[in-house]
Design a binder for this molecule. Structure first.
Ligand code: 2M8
Length: 536
């Protein structure tokens, strides 16, 4: 098993995702009737960001108790915090001093990114609400304020489309620039969302049910049932939409129409499908001027160096696909007749399998029946995951050709989270995951380190991602592989600690942080790991 990284070198501080000075304006409210009222925690939407870290203004996320009487986390500090422990908040376990300080840093990031009852993934790079980000964030927030965590999930229903889709981004009313904002999607021409808010026209991994169960665990039974009753009707419609709209041929597997739906934007599996449909102008510009001309045109890399993001050619290709989706009015029956790459994504479907199980459980607790056809579709997905098995791992599938896409990545391990891997194959998968091919010195690479596409600091092309670690560790727990699960969690805490900041992703080779350095899901999942599996 790889050595933990607690003695890792100190990374140079990087000024990245600056907290904006001004409070973001209020979150949109729609004049359109329809959505179930979404509870808030009775707080002003703009207060979180306005208050900033450590401000006296109350936020939905409780301010940390008085700062611990210890020196703040030192980047590169080692594990046990020199033996000092800090008195924990009520209900939490005592942590070594350096981890207690790291937890405060994480809570500070969540407070600074708090927009009332939604949390933006990062202050400047991602100033809106993202579907699966909000789910990971709620999993952390439940330890701080379960009602606020529930509000984070319920607020996703404001973006629900009449057909049931919950979009991947729900746009906040902010003037902060986002490169794929409402103008790129023009979804208002196609439909009105439940809450009258602007959104994108695609979805993201269905993590809501998992997050709902975790948040429910932090509530009393009455609170939980009330929360589930508000959530389940919309959540059930979302799962129905996934099957009706995205598996019309009844294959058992849901098909994605854009890599943004996978959440792993530039993972090689998707980029191989995407590159062939690059716009002609992009190809011509590259031929004449190389990548520089394209780099000058992009606007998503102002805070983060372009080499930590996807290439400009890939980005402009993703924009082209959005244009085509828009022309198709975001309807799968039309999209399937265009050039748009269509993928039965292994990670998305694995998350769906687990989400289905959770949905059945919470629907029962809330007293809602699951339609028979939906229950049957859910069973079909679990069985269809076998069709993605190839040579000791799972792969995504090209919807059009039916061929498996020959690029194993971190997504290939998510069937462990789904619980669909036969027990006889689990140890083989764990062995692969723990081998240097994936697990480099500082953690699990999102692309095998010997893959020609591997880039240790580039987005979904190699870095360690905290959410992937969390999901895989959770699956391994349920398979009874506690030692491996604990090793992953320990490693996750170590890599965050060694950088001292809540980075979006980390290099598996040297532990350095990359992307945004005030990233919400890193902060939230750290809070969760420290609460549920405090390092021993
Ligand atoms: C990244 O994706 C967005 C587009 O959705 C972007 O690059 O602008 C991905 O890492 C995605 O998984 C994540 O949900 C999002 C916000 O953190 O950022």
């Amino acid at each position: 098993m790889p050595a933990p990284s607690s003695s890792s070198p100190v990374m140079p501080p990087v000024a990245r995702d600056a907290t904006p000075a001004a409070a973001p304006p209020g979150t949109p409210t729609g004049s359109t009737p329809g959505p179930p009222p979404v509870p808030t925690t009775g707080t002003n939407r703009s207060r979180g960001a306005a208050a900033g870290i450590g401000a006296a203004v109350p936020t939905g996320i409780p301010a940390p108790a008085d700062p611990p009487d210890v020196t703040p986390a030192t980047p590169g500090a080692t594990g046990a915090g020199a033996g000092t422990t800090v008195a924990p908040p009520a209900g939490e376990v005592a942590l070594p001093a350096d981890l207690a300080a790291l937890r405060e840093t994480a809570i500070g990031v969540l407070r600074a990114n708090d927009l009332g009852d939604i949390t933006r993934p990062s202050p400047t790079l991602y100033p809106h609400q993202w579907l699966w980000d909000s789910c990971f964030i709620a999993i952390g927030l439940r330890h701080l304020d379960p009602a606020r965590a529930a509000a984070e999930l319920l607020s996703l229903l404001r973006g629900q489309w009449p057909g049931g889709m919950i979009p991947h981004v729900i746009f906040a009313e902010t003037s902060d620039y986002y490169h794929a904002g409402p103008q790129r999607w023009r979804c208002d021409r196609v439909c009105t969302t439940a809450g009258g808010v602007q959104s994108t026209g695609v979805t993201q991994p269905p993590m809501i049910a998992e997050a709902a169960v975790r948040v429910g665990e932090a509530m009393s039974r009455d609170e939980r049932v009330t929360f589930y009753r508000r959530l389940v009707p919309g959540l059930m419609r979302f799962h129905e939409w996934l099957y009706r709209e995205r598996d019309p041929d009844d294959t058992g597997l849901v098909t994605l129409v854009h890599s943004w739906e996978s959440g792993m934007d530039n993972t090689p599996t998707w980029m191989e499908m995407t590159k062939p449909v690059a716009p002609r102008t992009v190809r011509a510009l590259r031929r004449i001027n190389g990548d520089d001309a394209l780099d000058a045109l992009r606007r998503d890399s102002k805070e983060v160096p372009p080499d930590e993001r996807l290439t400009s050619a890939d980005l402009f290709t993703l924009y082209r696909i959005v244009r085509e989706l828009r022309r198709s009015r975001y309807e799968f029956r039309t999209i399937r007749n265009t050039f748009v790459p269509l993928v039965q994504d292994v990670a998305f479907n694995a998350i769906l399998v687990r989400a289905n199980e959770h949905l059945v459980a919470i629907a029962e607790e809330a007293g809602f029946p699951v339609p028979r056809w939906l229950a049957r579709s859910m069973r079909r997905t679990r069985a269809a995951m076998n069709d993605l098995w190839s040579d000791g791992l799972y792969l995504s599938r090209d919807f059009r050709t039916g061929g498996l896409l020959p690029h194993p990545t971190i997504a290939s391990f998510l069937p462990l989270y789904a619980g669909v891997v036969p027990d006889s194959e689990v140890d083989g998968m764990v062995e692969q995951l723990m081998s240097p091919r994936y697990w480099a010195k500082y953690g699990i690479a999102s692309v095998p380190t010997d893959d020609p596409a591997f880039l240790p600091r580039c987005y979904w092309q190699g870095p360690v991602w905290v959410n992937m670690n969390w999901l895989i560790a959770d699956g391994l727990d349920r398979y009874g592989r506690r030692e491996a699960a604990d090793a992953i969690r320990r490693n996750t805490v170590d890599v965050i600690r060694s950088s001292g900041s809540m980075f979006e992703y980390y290099s598996p080779l040297d532990g350095s942080g990359a992307g945004s350095n005030r990233f919400s899901w890193t902060a939230a999942l750290l809070v969760d790991i420290l609460a549920t599996h405090p390092p021993r």
